[in-house]
Design a protein around this ligand. Structure first.
Ligand SMILES: CC(C)(COP(=O)(O)OP(=O)(O)OC[C@H]1O[C@@H](n2cnc3c(N)ncnc32)[C@H](O)[C@@H]1OP(=O)(O)O)[C@@H](O)C(=O)NCCC(=O)NCCS
Length: 147
């Protein structure tokens, strides 16, 4: 578990199947859900295999932070990085990222990649403050589900 310097009594764990509604509600509140992505299916897919998970940060049993993390055998990736608006700027975002990094490190994954959506550039400063760098790559994608 990541070292917690925040004095906030937060505990991290992998989400349980029954956490789905609360976790996806947090992702929604944090502005991370999109009509073309099925957040419920993402949650279930991440919990279904050993190469991915959904992490949750709990204060007094309430889910206040989350991230979906996984790897493809080469690199790690992270999605739905979220801290409830009432708990921001207290170090919890950095903690959930550290937790995800440690989850990947335990599996021997050497690098984390992440995508910041255009229009959400303000979070680049957050990631830079915890050691991430903007890399000179072009990201490309293609839908495989016909959508
Ligand atoms: C991004 C998010 C997870 C950050 O959570 P947080 O708990 O407020 O972040 P922290 O308090 O751990 O901040 C860690 C560091 O990043 C800095 N930081 C946080 N948000 C920042 C921002 N928007 N711009 C620049 N720096 C920022 C903090 O000042 C802090 O730096 P410090 O340690 O030098 O003081 C949270 O704002 C959030 O849920 N946003 C909405 C969802 C989102 O956009 N997620 C990212 C998708 S790519």
């Amino acid at each position: 578990m990541a070292e917690n310097h925040t004095q906030i009594p937060i505990r991290f764990a992998s989400a349980k199947p029954e956490d789905r509604a609360k976790v996806t509600e947090l992702w929604d509140i944090c502005g991370l859900t999109r009509p073309w992505n099925d957040a419920n299916a993402d949650f279930e897919f991440a919990l279904a295999g050993p190469a991915s998970t959904v992490l949750v940060g709990l204060i007094d049993g309430n889910i206040v932070a989350s991230a979906m993390v996984g790897h493809d055998g080469h690199r790690g990736g992270i999605y739905y990085v979220s801290v409830h608006p009432s708990c921001r700027e207290k170090g919890l975002g950095a903690l959930v990222m550290r937790e995800a990094e440690q989850w990947l490190q335990a599996l021997g994954v050497p690098k984390m990649n992440l995508i910041v959506r255009s229009g959400n550039d303000k979070v680049v400063g957050f990631y830079e403050s915890i050691g991430y760098q903007v890399e000179p790559n072009t990201q490309m994608g293609k839908r495989l589900d016909g959508d």
